[in-house]
Design a protein around this ligand. Structure first.
Ligand SMILES: CC(=O)SCCNC(=O)CCNC(=O)[C@H](O)C(C)(C)COP(=O)(O)OP(=O)(O)OC[C@H]1O[C@@H](n2cnc3c(N)ncnc32)[C@H](O)[C@@H]1OP(=O)(O)O
Ligand SMILES: O=CC(=O)O
Ligand SMILES: [Mg+2]
Length: 523
């Protein structure tokens, strides 16, 4: 097999990888890189500039320069086929077994995840694309080491929506003109190239910080549609509103993508991470207004989270776009009935709040949660496919409401610190081994929840927090002692994960994303 001009693949070719990394597919990736990578890097630079503006006394707010968009009369494209009724969306990685289980789960949509739930190990990146292509062709099968056979069922399958990596991550195994490519463009490009004729190419777009980043995605979509002579709007994308700055640009993000839009999703875990992260750039006095209590006490009903989700529903429905709810982290158990009962009840409550607020559907992390979410949304939607007609004109959210993080009740405790350290290290150990989503203490942990754990430790440490229960000041020494004590309770070699956790949780400078140094450690 040859390489496209200027392309070098430095990762090993596993079984059947040549079916994905064809010369034509490489050539498309090279075109995407040459057309868009410089702008991607510029936009990442803009994130840094905005952080510098916060450090210099600025604040987040609605943009004066885009007032006309917010006040204008426009709507996004009509909902696309397969994305009209989205009452239950299951998320998960694209390994063969989970792909089959998700496609047989009865959900309306499967978010096939190359992002929070995935380690971008070279093997996962390419094997995931093979599994997606086989799944769409209906040929995906799997035999477990115990001999259990997995096949796609005959019932209706969920619409497949792929989540590529965020703009910040490179793909170091594909070089174009000697440069690493973008993880986003790699995941998007390979999926689009191999599947756009076999299925409708739909995407979830993560971790964007501005409407200019949405404009870049829109231009990428138009480029791909033109290059393969597909009508405008063939590609659809749901944007995760999961960064603090993006909450102030929801209308603008919908507007930029309007011909390609499939709505917005409230990505609560990365949102919480981003709130903590952006506060780390403020001066010492203002940082205190953004200090959060223990992660597990920050619920969706605290004022700043409520403001963000209500604004999201109102914004979407005003523009004819779907509003999709987020992930409750409680994982059911087929082995422990008591754990199972609690998880089902909590997820039921979470989905009930979302359906009542006007969301058109929501996410679940596990097949056993599909019926729970479906039942709740069936109760609210009835025969209607969505509730886009519920305009929520009663909602009025100001910038001050979005910024009211300091009004979050709760304590900062030693137990919270212990949990952040222990869960953070355990998650990173799994990530470094190639598994991007795990259940720890009956909760789903993925890249977004791990970011909260480590950034919260950083925030408490760098703001001289005194723990409410023990009266101890959070210092590097305390974090190290807690790590010693917590890791002594666990099996396995956690040295590499601990070193990485300390790098992103206690270092002087705030590391932008833990996945960046983590990826550098991978082959
Ligand atoms: C912040 C965010 O971005 S949220 C979105 C990103 N995160 C995710 O997508 C997490 C998705 N969920 C998961 O990865 C898993 O549910 C986990 C890791 C949390 C738990 O998985 P497990 O420990 O395997 O759970 P459990 O043993 O109960 O699974 C039972 C069966 O359901 C399957 N299953 C569990 N979750 C999923 C899923 N999301 N998709 C498909 N199948 C699943 C398992 O593969 C297993 O199948 P098997 O019986 O054929 O072996
Ligand atoms: O991607 C979802 C989130 O909550 O983060
Ligand atoms: Mg996320």
């Amino acid at each position: 097999m040859g390489n496209a001009t200027g392309v070098e693949i430095t990762g090993p070719f596993g079984d059947r990888f040549a079916e994905i990394l064809t010369e034509e597919a490489q050539s498309f990736l090279a075109d995407l890189h040459r057309a868009f990578d410089a702008r991607r890097l510029e936009l990442l630079g803009l994130r840094t500039q905005r952080e510098a503006a916060l450090a210099a006394g600025g604040t987040l707010g609605f943009l004066p320069e885009t007032l006309a968009v917010r006040e204008g009369d426009w709507r996004v494209a009509e909902p696309a086929p397969g994305l009209v009724d989205r009452r239950v969306e299951i998320t998960g990685p694209t390994d063969a077994k989970m792909s089959i289980n998700a496609l047989n789960s009865g959900a309306k949509v499967w978010l096939a995840d190359h992002e929070d739930a995935n380690t971008p190990l070279w093997d996962n990146v390419v094997q995931g694309q093979l599994n997606l292509r086989d799944a769409i062709a209906g040929t995906l099968s799997y035999t477990s080491p115990e001999g259990k056979q997995y096949r796609l069922g005959d019932g209706p399958r969920p619409t497949v929506v792929v989540r590529p990596r965020g703009w910040h991550l490179p793909e170091k195994h594909i070089l174009v003109d000697g440069e690493s490519t973008s993880g986003s463009l790699t995941d998007f490009g390979l999926y689009f190239f191999h599947n756009h004729l076999a299925t409708r190419p739909y995407f979830y777009l993560p971790k964007m910080e501005s409407h200019l980043e949405a404009r870049l995605w829109n231009d990428v979509f138009t480029f791909a549609e033109e290059r393969f002579a597909r009508p405008t709007g063939t590609i659809r994308a749901t944007v995760l509103i999961e960064t603090f700055p993006a909450a102030f640009e929801m209308e603008e993000i919908l507007y930029e993508l309007r011909e390609h839009s499939a709505g917005l999703n409230a990505g609560r875990w990365d949102y919480m991470f981003s709130v903590i992260k952006k506060s780390c750039f403020l001066d010492e006095r203002r940082r205190r207004d953004f200090m959060l209590p223990d992660r597990n006490t920050v619920t969706m009903t605290v004022p700043f989270m409520r403001a963000y989700t209500e604004l999201l529903v109102r914004t979407c429905h005003k523009r004819g776009a779907h509003a999709i709810g987020g992930m409750a982290a409680f994982i059911p158990s087929r082995r422990d009935p008591a754990v199972n009962t609690v998880a089902l009840e909590r997820v039921h409550n979470d989905k009930t709040r979302e359906a009542g607020d006007g969301f058109d559907g929501s996410w679940v992390a596990h097949p056993d949660l599909v019926p729970v979410c479906r039942e709740v949304f069936d109760g609210v939607l009835g025969e209607r496919p969505n509730q886009l007609d519920r305009l929520r004109e009663d909602v009025s959210v100001t910038a001050a409401d979005l910024l009211a993080v300091g009004a979050t009740p709760g304590q900062r405790t030693q137990a919270g610190l212990r949990s952040a350290v222990s869960v953070g290290v355990q998650y990173l150990a799994a990530w470094l081994q190639g598994t991007g989503a795990v259940a720890i203490n009956n909760l789903m942990e993925d890249a977004a929840t791990a970011e909260i754990s480590r950034s919260q430790v950083w925030q408490w440490l760098h703001n001289d927090v005194t723990l409410d229960d023990t009266g101890e000041r959070v210092t590097k020494e305390l974090v190290e002692r807690i790590a010693d004590e917590e890791l002594a309770k666990l099996d396995g070699d956690l040295a590499a994960a601990r070193a990485l956790f300390m790098e992103v949780a206690v270092a002087d400078d705030f590391v932008d994303f833990l996945t960046i140094p983590a990826y550098e450690r991978m082959p």
